[in-house]
Design a protein around this ligand. Sequence first.
Ligand SMILES: [Zn+2]
Length: 132
Amino acid sequence: MCGIASPLDYRRFDSLLRTRLGVLRREIREALLRADTESYGELAGRVHDAEEEALADLLTDVNLAQISRAVEEIRDIDSALRRIASRTYGGCLDCGEPIDPERLGIYPAAKRCLDCQRSHESRPAAIRPPSL
Ligand SMILES: [Zn+2]
């Protein structure tokens, strides 16, 4: 047709995102159930000492880390779905260039192009200017 770059198939990414959302919600539910079983079921009836308390804490931490990762990704997916609704999906939040559709196919909640994501991740976290 007439030289317009093929537009992103929003419907396809919408359904990819919603599928992923379902998977994450299930993961969270399972992690919560597991946390329940491990800290209460498995340790129930045993002598309650500091070591087992630490173990229960550790298991809870692992589950929490998994849950918070999933929650983080759900947040990204939510905002990707909003960008689909407003037809701004597929652009890099940092430089505004279109994100490689192949990258979106692998990680549809991507907010940045690969270059910006790399420099975002290599940026040291939370370095604040010295307060004078
Ligand atoms: Zn970019």
